[in-house]
Design a protein. Structure first.
Length: 63
């Protein structure tokens, strides 16, 4: 059973999340040729205060 985790910034629009989950599930179903009810997709959302790039918080880079 494939487990897919997306670790990224918050997606505010729930409809975008629905489409994202569906498209990923469609792709995995096609690639692995398994039933979609065996595919798990988890979205982990991180705020800019909790992520650093090149030694700096993303929150600080946006200022």
């Amino acid at each position: 059973m494939p487990n897919i985790t997306i670790d990224g910034p918050k997606i505010e629009n729930i409809e975008i999340k629905r489409v994202l989950i569906q498209e990923i599930t469609d792709s995995i179903e096609k690639a692995y040729k398994i039933p979609r009810d065996h595919i798990i997709v988890v979205i982990k959302e991180n705020s800019p205060e909790n992520v650093g790039v090149a030694g700096k918080l993303i929150a600080d880079m946006r200022r």
